[in-house]
Design a protein around this ligand. Sequence first.
Ligand SMILES: *Cc1c(COP(=O)(O)O)cnc(C)c1O
Length: 732
Amino acid sequence: MTVRPNEEVRQVNRQADPLSAGARDIRRAAQILASRVPGRLAPLAEVAYNFSWTWRPDGEPVFRSIDAYRWRLCRQNPVRLLQEAPEESLERAAMTPSLVARAEALRDAMEADKGRPLREAGDATAEHPVAFFCAEFGLHRSLPVYSGGLGVLAGDILKEASDRALPLMGIGLMYRQGYFHQRVDAGGWQHEYWYGTDPERRACARITGGDGLPLVLKVPVWEEELAAHVWRVDVGKTPLFLLDTDLPENTPKQRFITARLYEGNRQIRLAQYALLGVGGVKLLEALGIEPGIIHMNEGHPAAATLELVGREVARGIPFKEACDRVSRRVVFTTHTPVPAGNETYTREEVEQVMPHLNAQFGMNVESVLGLGRYEPGNPHEPFGMTALAIRMSRSTNGVSRIHGEVSRRLWHSLFPGRSLEQVPIRHVTNGVHMSSWIGPAMRRLLDQYLPRGWHAAEQITDPDTWKAVDDIPDEDIWAVRRAASKRLVGWVRSKTVTDRLTRGDTMEYVMKAANAFDPDVLTLGFARRVATYKRLHLLIQDRERFLRLLEGPRPMQLLYAGKAHPNDDEAKRLIVQFFGLKSDPRTGGRVAFMEDYDMGLAGILTAGCDVWVNLPRPPLEASGTSGMKAAFSGTLNLSVLDGWWAEAYDGSNGWAIDGTEDPNAEAKDARDAAALFDLLEREVIPLYYDRDLQGIPRGWVARIKASLRTIGPRFCATRMLDEYVRDIYTTN
Ligand SMILES: *Cc1c(COP(=O)(O)O)cnc(C)c1O
């Protein structure tokens, strides 16, 4: 395969806007798909190739109507659905005028959306967009290049940028096997497995040059240059570009770089970061894009700044000045409040992965390494990606008020001579993309009662817009919640029966799931990465007290989910501990572990549970976002006052557990577990079961209203992006 001269792609690109690179390739892929389905379904092929269907209310229902069974088998991937659905299903759909009309409406909405002109975003414009770098992007479960909160946030930012017509492009990696999938055996032990996610069967297209051959980037990683192709993904108006090294011309080791997200092998992981950073800059160059802002989401892409400095140095700019020039348009968001979460590497490791720093740019490796140390001159200190990112950015922010404070403490020594308050790290609290996460029934209810266009950017962040929540009849809110519980329980019953049969559980235990999960029982949800600091174990710290509540006169049930990092045996043992409860007859129908947590499961659980529980050990929850998703659907939060909840809780909109830090982890755990159960027994359970003559828990509904009214305008991605544009993307 020949190396594509960059000039050619640039020329293709010059004719249109800079973000259109590869748009033609997406169009071609959609045309090929359209040619395989009945003509009247052709509009759906276009819809399938743009992730905006995921947040249009009729997107999912239309694809599901074609063939519900196939839709599930394809894991809600519309490209595969249209490729694989049997002839009869496609023909039947094409013969259904209402379905064809809905498909056309989706396509028309998408086209209209594409036609809106891009606006400005602080220093960024359509000609000089924001280049948003991240190691993972969570758009939908059908593109599994994310592991958890960080990726989902990045995905929500792309979606919101599209809604707002902001000039932004994502840059990431196309992991061919994604993050691991999880199976849990009958004893509760987690097993990981991976399978290939063939990009040809996903909503993306390989970018080609003028001659139809793939664009090839040459990226120096390790001792040789490796070749990378680039996939374009359309997220509404926002393009996402994913680099891929799984090409025949690369060695097996090079090909593995884009195999797995957060690969356990350090050398591979560092090579991934080098590819993301250096390769991302090469991509911008190949596309002829001069970004107005480079936004690094977490430290993984920080090598981008070294590549940019190297280019300045090669042009004769002195190192120090080169650093200043680069940092003027780089901004950085940190997400990790734990020192250990900020990865560091030895000098040898860095030299191995980026040998070109020396050779190509003539940069002194010691000065480069110094950028990633607390003390630049200390040769014994390892090189940290976060320190590098902070030093090379004009702005650093954490993702909640508390996390801003924690980050100032954590990185204080990078700013010698400054007091803690003067450390230039601020915060932009996270928010979630409302249209992607709100449950469909709640969406319809709000459409009915909130002012027209309530979800538009100008309105959703205005508290006045949400005042109308108080006018919604309690009956209607409760009906939406009842429907959500029924749907959730129906789904949990069938899934849990299958899971238990698969694990080889006894038939008695299996059948408890079929009959006992109950839509009329208060449902707690706890789902997130299984890590010790998230303290899943607090739920069963006092085992008897927990079990009593399951079968009390006013019972509760628990759905929990989450993946432990493959190397984190301590976290894996937490799930085993929970499975130890199986021997108690009270749990079979009241507690279920939902395997293989992903965005699909997150949507189902956050929308359908009654209470969303979060128990991080303060101050280790940078923000947390799943509770925001829950709130949008009328699920109430019960959480430790850490991360976002410390800003959201006001006494009326959920429940809170003390968030003060305590170095004595054991004492803190005991106190917080007791506080959790006190709240459940004295407040949550009574309020839920306290019904009036119409069967409505008025106090509970009042809390749902308070939660929607207070959380809706503030913890949506619209408010978050407003702040990024105003405070971070704008030079002041
Ligand atoms: C929203 C989401 C998260 C984030 O969860 P938190 O624990 O609240 O940060 C993680 N994983 C998935 C799949 C999500 O959708």
